[in-house]
Design a protein. Structure first.
Length: 211
């Protein structure tokens, strides 16, 4: 496929932070003397918007979502200091750069937070833009993606969405993009396969799929 644009998800697709997010949730559980999650359980629970996952973990009439968001982002910077990119991310970014593809990030994360990490990992120059959120609530990115791709500049683009969740597959469908899902992020392989999209265990498989 001769793609002109690659739309990347960030968390769990380029940034290896599933275990970090799990530990942020576990900090909240430990604080309340509740059983902590392992990574497999975390991956089975994760949804977008993220509030759906917390409905299975907490009684939101007792622990409000605003409290959860605050406590999560109190913990996240401490763990994020040790975060790294997903293995092979740099090579795949370089592959698409050599193909002269425009690369963007479509994310539910806060825009400035993502931009800071792109600079930290020295990969900001690969991307034309970050289409992120203005808050930290992990809401759907679908509406922002659709709005962005409706502008005149987008007309005629052949787009590939690369993500790690079923929401990325939904976003790809909404903007008329092809989609490849990565099973090493925030949702387990069994859930991703149900989307009907190609699923890879390693980012290094992607160049072989797109040709």
């Amino acid at each position: 496929m001769n793609y002109t644009t690659i739309a990347w998800d960030w968390n769990g697709t380029l940034l290896d932070d599933a275990y970090i997010c799990m530990e942020c949730v576990n900090d909240m559980l430990r604080k309340r003397n509740m059983d902590v999650l392992d990574l497999d359980t975390y991956r089975r629970l994760v949804e977008t918007p993220i509030i759906k996952a917390y409905e299975h973990i907490f009684d939101l009439s007792v622990v409000t979502f605003d409290t959860i968001v605050k406590e999560f982002y109190d913990s996240y910077p401490r763990y994020a200091a040790s975060a790294k990119l997903i293995e092979g991310a740099g090579n795949v970014l370089e592959f698409f750069k050599k193909k002269e593809c425009r690369q963007i990030i479509l994310t539910a994360a806060h825009t400035s937070q993502v931009e800071d990490l792109l600079c930290r990992f020295h990969i900001a120059d690969y991307f034309d833009t970050v289409i992120g959120a203005s808050d930290f609530k992990g809401a759907s990115k679908l509406d922002r993606a659709v709005k962005y791709t409706q502008n005149a500049q987008w007309k005629g683009e052949k787009t590939l969405m690369i993500g790690d969740t079923l929401h990325d597959a939904e976003t790809a469908d909404a903007i008329g993009a092809d989609c490849i899902l990565f099973s090493g992020g925030h949702q387990d392989e069994g859930r991703l396969i149900k989307s009907g999209k190609p699923v890879v265990k390693n980012l290094s498989e992607i160049p072989g799929l797109v040709g």
